[in-house]
Every structure is written in C-alpha cells, then in structure tokens.
Design a protein around this ligand. Structure first.
Ligand SMILES: Nc1ncnc2c1ncn2[C@@H]1O[C@H](COP(=O)(O)OP(=O)(O)OP(=O)(O)O)[C@@H](O)[C@H]1O
Length: 906
C-alpha cells in the first residue's frame, strides 16, 4: 500500500503534482502514523483518485475525504498546524499544507532528539507530555507516539525528501532564473564590448559561426570570471567565518553575506548603471578592468567638466557683452531722454513763441476786420440786374447807381475782403478760422454779423440747415475747429469749455442775465449744437415783408475756454462770441407795424450791447462782423478787435501803395473789361494807405468824363424801386436789384465809435463824441454836388435845418428810427433821401481834410443810408477798416477815402 503511494510521488513535483499526490490523504495519514503511531486510527487503503471521475459520487466522496478528514482530526488533536481539506483542491492554499507537513517534521525531529522540554515551531509552542506517541493502530491521541514508532522510517524519509525536493525545486528554479538573467546580462555585455572594442570585427561580416565563436569566448571568459569570483567569494566567506572564533549561526552568517553584498552593490552600482544606460565605444562599454574604467570615466567626466567650463566662460562672456550693450543703450537712452527734456522745454518755449507770433500775425492782419458778403438773388427775385458792378480781389466793391451819371454813378467801397455771390460757406469761414486758434491761446474773439434784415446774417453765421456739413455756417465750423484744436493739444493743455447763450429781444435779455448767465459745460461740438438748436428754436422770429422768417432778436453765443497748461500750470482764458444780430431794417420797407415795428425799433437801436460786452474788463480780444444786405446782394462787415492794437499810425508822408479802385470811379469805360486788381499787401496800414492815395488821385482827377447810361424807368419787383430808370445798359453789367432797403446802421457803430473815443481820449470821450457827431453832420446834405456844397458844409446848422438830414440825424441821435424822408420830389437826388450819397464826394472830403476833423462813422452810415433812401437800387456797403489806438489821426486820413468807407479805431 505504501509503495503504491510512494510510486505516485514524482521526483521533482510541481505544485499541481504535489497537490494531487496528497489529495486523497493516504500519504498524509501514513506519515502521521509514522510520526505518531496510531494518530490516524482508520486509514482507507484504496481511496478513489478523482471524485469527479467516479460513479457513485456520494459513496466515493465519503471514502475520498475520509483519510484527509482523519488526518486533519489527528493533527488537530496533536495541536499541530493544520489546514482545510479544500487546500488540497485546485486553487487551494498548498502553502498551508506545506507548513503543516514541515510542522509535522519538526515535531518528529524534536521527538527523535528525545522530546525533552518545549517543542517550538515558528511562533507556536507545543508542550509535550511524552516523547512517544501511541501505536499506529491507536486512533486516540494517547496512542500517537506508538503510531509514530510504527511508522516506517523509509516512508518518512521518502516524504521528507519529497518535501525537500518540492521546496528545493522552487528555490533552484528561482536561482536558475537569476543566474540565467545574470548570464545573459553579462554575456551580452561582454559580447557588446568585444564587438565595439575589437576592430577586427568591423571588417568581418557577422555570421552564425562568428557569433558562436564570440559566444564561446564569452562563456569561457564568464566561466573564468565565475571561477575566479567563486574562489574569491570562498576566501571571503571563510574569512567571515574566521573573523569570529565562536561558531556562527546561520542567520549571523547570512547577515554577514548581506552586508558584503550591499557593500559590493554600492561599489559597482555606478559602473553597472553606466554599463546599462550607455552604449557605444568609449562611453557605454563595460570594462572588465574596473580601475581602467574608472580612469576613463574620470577622463570623460573631466572632459565634460572642461566642456562645461568652456561653455560657462562663453556664456559669461556673452552675458557680459549683453550687459555692456545694455549699459551703452541705457546711457544712450539717458542722453536721449535729457535731449527730449531739453527739446520739450524748448518745445514749450517755441510753442509759446509760435502762439505769440501767430496772434501777432492776427493782429497785423487786423484786430478788426470787415468783410462784405454779397447775397445772391433769392428765387423769384432775379431779373438779371444788380447794383454790384465789380468785386475786386483786393477787397473793393463797385456799386453802380443807375440814376446817376458820370463819376457819381459808381462808388467803390473797400473792405478787408469782399465775397461774391458764389462763395461757399467754407470760404467765408476760412477768413475767420485763425481767430478760433486765438481763442484757445487765451484771446477773446467776436464774430459778428450785422446787416439788414434778410441779408443773410443767419445764413452766414448758422447756415440754412444743419443737414449737410457743406452748408454749416461760421458758428458750427468755428466750434468744430475749437474742439479739434483743443483735442490736438490735449497732451499739453487741458481745456474746459462752457457755453452761454443770450437772446436780446426788445432789449430784454432772455436765457440769461449777463453776467450771471448760465454757463453750460460742453465736451464736443455736438453738445454746443444741441444747445444752439434749443436756442434757435427759442429765438424770436417773425415774418416781415423782407424776410419771411426774420430774426427779431439778437443771438449771442459765447464759448468760454479755460485752458490749463500741463507743464507750467498756467491758465489761459479766452472767449468766442458768435453774434447773429437781428436784421436792421427800414420799417417802411419791411412794412413793420405793431409788434414788428416795435421790434424793428429795438433791433435798430441796441446792437451796441455785444460791443460793450466785449469790452468788459479782462477782455483781451474782440472781433465783430457787420453785415449789410440788400435784396439781391448783401454786404457784411466783419470787425475784429483784439486786446492789443499793433497797427502803426500813418502819417501823410507814408508811402502809399497803388490801388486801382479810383480808376473805377473815373469812368465806366475804364473798367471794361474788368481786370483783377494787382495784389496789394493787405495790412491795415497799407489798406489805409491805399485808400488815402486813391482818394488823392481822385481829387486830382477833377470830375473825369463819365458815360451816362439810361436806367429803367421802373422796376416791377418792388415798389421801392419804382422810380428807377427804365433800362440798364448791358455794357455796364448792372443787375438791377429789387426790394431795396437799407438799414440805417444805427447805434452799433456809434457804440463802437464811443469806445474808440474813450480809448483814444480817456476821460474826454463825451467831448470827443459830441465833436464827432457834429463833424458827422457836416457831411449831410441834400443838394447836388455843386459849388453850394462847400457853403453848406461850412454851415452845417443851416443845412440841417433846411433839409431832411436834420430830422434823420436828430432821430438817430435820439435813438429813433426814421421813416422815409422825401423832402423834395422835384429833385431826384433830394427826393430819395435827405442824405445823398453822390454829393458826399471829393469836394466834401476836401473840406473835411482841410478841417482835419474826425469823421464819425455814423456819418458814413447815414450817407449810405441816404444813398439807399434814393431807392436807386440794391447795394450799398459800408466798410469798416481797422485802426490803431491813434484812431483820430487815422480818421483824418480816412476822410480821403471813397464814400462809404468806414474807419473804426479802437
Ligand atoms: N449766401 C446766400 N446764398 C443763398 N441764400 C442765402 C444767402 N444768404 C442768405 N440767403 C437766404 O436769404 C434768406 C434770408 O437770409 P437770413 O435769414 O440769413 O437773413 P438775416 O440777415 O438773418 O435776416 P434777419 O435779420 O431778418 O434774421 C434766407 O432764405 C437765406 O436762405
């Protein structure tokens, strides 16, 4: 029975074979009974091998597990290590089985050695009462020792061998695996070293034979190495054992080995890692000779170190160079910034100089500038005839009086510039554009439109509508530029802009009460436009016979600019007054009655307010524009006053440039064809000079021949021109106007002149003004220009009493407006007004010149009014010319000007 069982045990069992051999429990029972006889009382001798393969499974299962069960019961009784029956099945824990058998062996060996004391297996302590067990036939625990005695020693040895084999096979296979790996590892390393180090292989094609040869060499070397190492190891181990004279336990010995290994590992780990990670000749080669390898490695590392040092030096140099570059750049930047600082400070100086120069240029161009704009015929008005005969480039305009003949038929008036009918809104604005910059430079500017109702003041100042930029008037363009320039300067100057709007209606101020008017801050043109739109909507308008939407009030828009220079912190303050006066009118022409009449009377009076306002303390600059318009043509007079008058005073000795305008007065033929005037420098002084000189020429001509031209007897357009001659010669290129009306240019100019006088003669202005008014009256006459004129000039009081002029003047002085004064219907010249322009000619000017008197501007206005009163036609212009503080001498010279020339000195 036992032999059979032993035959089932293979020599080198696998785990599965081991499990199958022990599975039926027969061997285990017999071994246990050998160790402790009688431990398993009943042993089934012929157990089935496989319960699954056996029929009658239930019966066989009992038999099959009986041995195992008996074995486990017996082991349990002996307090030995035990296991579960399922540990012998597939997937069970065979290690528990092995532990149980080893425990059994330990027990057996302890018992063999006498069984004295305490038997210990692992952590389990067994205290045995008797070294001998019961006989094998005895199942009880008491008979265990006897059973062990009965256990055949050969079988026991066999099992032990078997177990040893089982455990050893595991250890061996593990050690074999490790050795195989080590062999492959080192052999291939050697092979690699041979192949890379031995040059001879380079030329040889590798063949299986060559590989065999190399492998044999590798194996041989490896064997030699192993033998050598084995010897060394043996010596070492013996040395270890001899170190301590006392005999060592196995664990102490193993501990000594571990120490040695860890020391060796540390020593060779560097080489191994180098060998494993590197490849190629000179770097990754496994060196048989450790010392050589270390040297080479050191060389290599030295070389790498040198390379690194070189790289470091190179990098350091590069960094130093870059640093140098930066330092140079910083130095340059420092210089540059200093340069910029200097430039910036110079820039501010230059800017200031530029500002001063710019404004000086503006001063030189004229602190007061007067422009005339001729309004085109309105639709339904044009009959192809106009009293504007010629517009010169030099600011002259020739007006023809169809009812006059000879030199009296034409008059030339001089302005800073005359704009014809076809000029655009932009061209008008371009003349005043530089003044906007002056506002931002801290000057006050007034752009002032004056003229008869319907002459186009609002058109010029605001434009007909705001739909297209093309039609924008001066106001909008000025504001747009103002904001543009302020934005362009924002890096230098911080501007604040505020707007005031004043409406003066029947001498009542609306919207604000100067000087406490609301000042509304604005940021852009749109803000101002919005305010202006509100203002326009609120502005008093009404229909008159001359303008269906006539402004019945004065509109003054004042833009206050406050600039703070960011660098210096200095403050600039400037004002831009945009003035659109209500139209002055002849109330007979405008047919104003009732409220309109009242309005007209107020309108014609007061206009002086903007001027007075502009001269309030602190005002630095002032400009005004005046406009006068007839039905088909308008003349606007733009005056500007700046805070400083820089105009040189003229003496009679001054050289006067030539002006062609006198020729125009000489003869109609002489102006055909029209040729542009030669360019003349239009400074204030030269203008004045030109005027004086031309007047002198005029005086010398002494009534040059004049080609009379018949005029139409009537004009159907307007009742006011019913007395005009029937025809107008085409050669004279005259376009007859209809609906002529002429505002009397009232107190605005008186105010202006008052201011002039005040400035010229402080403290004595009243006297001066009175004197001026008296002088003015000398210029008024109603008779033809004959020898009596002088007499009448010399006797002004008489003239005044005997003519309508007296009424006119007194009315104007008292601020009343005149109705038409037709004093003598039999004389066409007298018939059309008390003040007759044709009479106001050279003769009178001589007298004035001789008397060296101041010419009161209003006189000229009245003269012009008188001219219009004649209802000849459409155009009369007044012209304002700038003057210096020495206004009076200039006025003296101005008396030699053509008729209608207005000199205003401030
Ligand atoms: N240069 C021009 N080109 C075309 N039309 C013009 C021009 N000037 C004025 N007008 C037209 O003439 C008419 C009168 O102009 P506007 O109302 O500007 O006159 P005004 O002088 O302001 O009159 P008032 O003093 O009565 O207000 C308007 O219909 C206007 O469109």
């Amino acid at each position: 029975m036992y032999d059979g069982a032993s035959e089932m045990l293979p020599k080198e069992p696998t785990e599965e074979e081991f499990r199958l051999a022990l599975r039926n429990g027969l061997i285990l029972c017999n071994v246990l009974n050998k160790v402790k006889p009688g431990a398993v009382r009943k042993v089934v001798e012929t157990p089935v091998l496989d319960v699954q393969a056996t029929e009658g499974a239930a019966l066989y299962a009992i038999q099959y597990f009986e041995n195992v069960r008996n074995f486990l019961v017996a082991v349990g009784r002996m307090k030995l290590l035990t296991f579960e029956a399922s540990d012998l099945e597939k997937g069970g824990s065979s290690s528990k089985v092995v532990d149980c058998i080893l425990c059994l062996r330990g027990y057996y060996e302890w018992k063999q050695s006498g069984g004295i004391g305490v038997w210990k297996y692992g952590g389990t302590v067994r205290i045995m009462s008797s070294p001998r067990g019961p006989p094998s036939s005895v199942v009880s625990s008491e008979s265990a020792d006897e059973s062990l005695d009965d256990f055949e020693s050969s079988q026991y040895e066999q099992l032990m061998e078997f177990l040893q084999l089982y455990t050893d096979s595991h250890e061996d296979s593990r050690a074999a695996n490790i050795l195989t790996f080590m062999f492959d590892y080192f052999s291939l390393g050697l092979l690699q070293a041979y192949l890379t180090d031995t040059n001879g292989f380079d030329d040889l094609a590798l063949s299986p034979m060559a590989i065999d040869m190399v492998v044999r060499k590798v194996v041989k070397d490896f064997s030699v190495l192993l033998a050598s190492q084995g010897n060394q190891l043996g010596i070492f181990l013996k040395k270890v054992l001899n170190t301590d004279c006392s005999p060592q336990t196995k664990s102490q010995f193993l501990e000594a080995i571990s120490k040695y290994l860890s020391k060796r590992t540390t020593l060779v780990s560097r080489d191994i890692s180098s060998f494993c990670t590197c490849g190629g000749k000179g770097e990754g080669t496994w060196h048989m000779n450790n010392s050589n390898g270390s040297v080479e490695l050191l060389d290599l590392q030295q070389k790498q170190l040198e390379d690194l040092k070189a790289l470091f030096r190179e990098t350091k140099q590069e960094i130093q160079q870059i640093q140098l570059g930066w330092e140079k750049e910083l130095l340059w930047l420092g210089h540059h910034i200093k340069g910029l600082e200097v430039a910036a400070s110079s820039f501010h100086k230059v800017l200031e100089e530029n500002r001063v120069l710019f404004n000086q240029v503006q001063d030189l161009k004229g602190t007061i500038r007067v422009y005339c704009r001729v309004r085109p015929f309105l639709s339904g008005q044009s009959n192809g005839q106009s009293t504007v005969d010629y517009i010169g480039d030099n600011g002259n305009i020739m007006i023809v009086n169809p009812q006059k003949q000879g030199k009296d038929a034409r008059r030339v008036f001089s302005f800073n510039k005359v704009f014809g009918m076809n000029v655009t809104q932009y061209q008008i604005y371009a003349e005043t554009q530089p003044l906007v910059r002056s506002v931002l430079d801290g000057y006050n500017v007034c752009i002032f439109a004056y003229g008869q109702t319907g002459s186009g003041k609002t058109y010029t100042m605001s434009g007909p509508n705001l739909t297209t930029e093309e039609t924008w008037g001066v106001n909008y363009r000025a504001l747009r530029d103002l904001f543009h320039i302020s934005k362009a300067r924002m890096d230098l100057i911080e501007y604040e802009v505020g707007v005031q709007m004043i409406e003066i209606y029947n001498e009542q101020l609306n919207g604000l009460n100067v000087p406490d008017a609301s000042l509304i801050p604005v940021k852009c043109t749109e803000d101002v436009l919005d305010l202006m739109r509100i203002g326009q909507r609120n502005r008093a308008v009404g229909a008159t016979a001359l303008n269906e939407r006539s402004s019945r009030s004065h509109s003054i828009l004042t833009v206050h600019v406050r600039g703070k220079e960011l660098v210096s912190g200095s403050i600039l303050k400037g004002c831009l007054h945009l003035v659109d006066l209500a139209g002055s009118e002849r109330v007979d022409r405008s047919e104003a009655v009732g409220e309109r009449l009242k309005e007209a009377q107020h309108i014609n009076r007061f206009a002086s307010l903007p001027l007075e306002m502009s001269l309030l303390p602190g005002t630095k600059e002032f400009s005004c524009s005046l406009q006068k318009q007839q039905t088909n043509a308008s003349e606007k007079l733009f005056c500007s006053k700046q805070r400083r008058s820089r105009f040189p005073t003229l003496s009679d000795k001054d050289v006067m440039p030539k002006m062609p305008l006198l020729g125009e007065e000489r003869s109609v033929a002489s102006i055909q064809p029209r040729s542009p005037s030669p360019p003349v420098r239009r400074s204030t002084s030269t203008d004045r000079g030109a005027i004086v000189k031309t007047r002198i020429k005029s005086d010398a001509l002494e009534n040059p021949p004049f080609i009379k031209a018949p005029f139409p007897s009537s004009v159907s357009v307007n009742k006011s021109v019913a007395n005009l001659p029937a025809t107008v010669p085409s050669t004279m290129n005259q376009r007859l106007n209809r609906g002529s009306q002429d505002p009397p240019f009232p107190d605005v100019l008186n105010s202006l002149h008052r201011v002039t006088l005040r400035k010229a003669h402080p403290g004595n202005e009243d006297e001066q003004f009175k004197q001026a008014l008296n002088i003015q009256q000398y210029g008024i006459r109603k008779t033809k220009p004959d020898s009596k004129v002088k007499t009448k000039h010399e006797s002004s009081a008489k003239i005044q009493k005997s003519s309508g002029a007296e009424t006119l003047l007194s009315d104007m002085d008292s601020g009343k407006h005149l109705t038409s004064s037709k004093t003598d219907n039999s004389d066409p010249e007298i018939e059309h007004g008390p003040i007759r322009m044709p009479v106001y000619g050279a003769t009178r000017e001589k007298n004035l010149h001789r008397n060296s008197q101041v010419v009161e501007p209003r006189e000229l206005m009245q003269t012009v009014d008188g001219y219009h009163e004649n209802k000849y036609s459409n155009v009369i212009s007044q012209n304002g010319k700038e003057a210096s503080n020495s206004a009076i001498p200039q006025f003296r010279r101005s008396r030699s000007m053509p008729r209608g020339k207005l000199m205003v000195g401030l």
